[in-house]
Design a protein around this ligand. Structure first.
Ligand SMILES: [Zn+2]
Ligand SMILES: [Zn+2]
Length: 256
């Protein structure tokens, strides 16, 4: 029985309309899907993505969930971007609606007080590394993420180690460094403490790092700590609906 807990629609930056996506998932024999569109950005970001996930979109999802309830379980989720400097706004927004689960995600990292995108361009990332060094960049990323986790407002950490996205052939860091492991272990402990789940996100297999998020050893640690793991493909269009699901299942079976 197929499940996918990380899907985007036209409510944010996905290519499917929600109903199209649900119908396709039924056709492909999914038992459960979780729609996790991006929430709008804090007002300080001005117009950027201000039209994501409106109240109307939310109400429409509830209607669709009920319409197809005999054919598929549709979970209504959300993906929040975390920025510590907008903590109050984000906390307030997470409480405005009921979701089946809320992702916390980091798509930006602080570089000299500025938010630089992580996963958009390799060049931007490389510039960030040149400015503050890879260790500072990675530590900044995990410190921020932990700030968000500590609010207790979220249920699942999405793509935990997204910061490795451009780390092809381990060009920036090996992942075995003591300082790196310390960051991960501290973050996992906090996830456990907050009773949260971790996402195994298959999209890393289609990006430059060519590795799922998070890395295998991190998944192993999470399993040891009994942190529940859910699988998502970060689906934005058709090709992503089933991307890597089988491989993820095999990986988890091997690790358990
Ligand atoms: Zn994301
Ligand atoms: Zn996503």
């Amino acid at each position: 029985m197929k499940e996918n807990y990380h899907l985007h629609t036209t409510i944010s930056d996905g290519k499917f309309k929600p109903e199209e996506l649900i119908r396709l998932a039924i056709k492909r024999k999914f038992k459960t899907i979780g729609i996790t569109d991006h929430y709008k950005f804090p007002p300080a970001f001005k117009e950027e993505k201000s039209d994501f996930y409106s109240d109307r979109d939310y109400r429409n999802l509830i209607k669709l969930r009920d319409k197809y309830i005999d054919k598929i379980s549709v979970f209504i989720g959300v993906e929040f971007d975390w920025f510590s400097e907008h903590k109050d706004w984000i906390i307030k927004e997470t409480k405005k609606r009921h979701y089946d689960y809320k992702f916390i995600s980091m798509h930006f990292v602080k570089v000299n007080e500025k938010n630089e995108p992580i996963d958009l361009f390799a060049d931007t990332f490389d510039d960030s590394v040149k400015k503050i060094g890879i260790k500072n960049l990675v530590e900044s990323y995990y410190n921020e993420l932990r700030e968000g986790i500590k609010t207790g407002c979220f249920d699942v950490v999405a793509h935990l180690d997204l910061i490795k996205i451009w780390n092809k052939n381990k060009r920036y860091f090996s992942g075995d460094e003591k300082w790196y492991k310390r960051q991960i272990n501290e973050t996992l402990r906090l996830i456990k403490k907050e009773n949260m789940k971790l996402e195994l996100n298959t999209s890393g297999w289609r990006r430059e790092c060519k590795e799922q998020y998070p890395a295998e050893w991190i998944l192993k640690e999470a399993i040891k700590l009994k942190i529940p793991i859910i699988v998502g493909t970060d689906c934005h269009w058709k090709e992503h609906l089933e991307f890597g699901l089988k491989r993820a299942k095999n990986l988890l079976e091997r690790l358990k």
